[in-house]
Design a protein around this ligand. Structure first.
Ligand code: FES
Length: 138
């Protein structure tokens, strides 16, 4: 079964700032994510692919999570420097779910001191059922 986390590397850093230290927000998110992924116990169960755009530019720092015969999720508005750990927690919940559905109350919460109550993945854009690993736009 193919399971993929797609990360848009082109998304801007914030609502009013395209670049931070010369790089877009999606690239920063990837730089935070990849070292954790390399040491992740479940790395063999899911691959990470970068994309140039997920057509969610109005909700930047977008990611999609999809697998054969599972729900495909598309999330946006992720803080680029503080989402990596929670993203892998999201992936674990997704892998453990038979159809990919994750109860909203179980979605990961950031543990950074700056945003203790911020629910990273509440900025849900859309989800749909997919019989393939393609991301479909409703
Ligand atoms: S540039 Fe990231 S979703 Fe379009």
């Amino acid at each position: 079964m193919t399971r993929v986390l797609f990360v848009c590397e082109a998304c801007g850093f914030s609502a009013d700032r395209e670049l931070y230290e010369g790089q877009p927000g999606g690239t920063h998110l990837l730089h935070q994510l990849m070292p954790l992924y390399e040491n992740w116990a479940r790395k063999s169960e899911l691959e990470i692919q970068t994309v140039g755009c997920l057509c969610a530019c109005e909700r930047p720092r977008a990611i999609a999570l999809g697998a054969t015969n599972k729900i495909t999720y598309l999330f946006g508005d992720l803080p680029p420097l503080e989402s990596a750990e929670a993203l892998l927690q999201l992936c674990e919940l997704y892998l453990d779910s038979e159809d990919g559905y994750i109860l909203p109350a179980k979605l990961p919460v950031s543990e950074t001191a700056a945003m203790p109550e911020f629910r990273l993945f509440q900025q849900f854009i859309r989800r749909n059922y997919s019989s393939s690993n393609r991301v479909r736009t409703l």
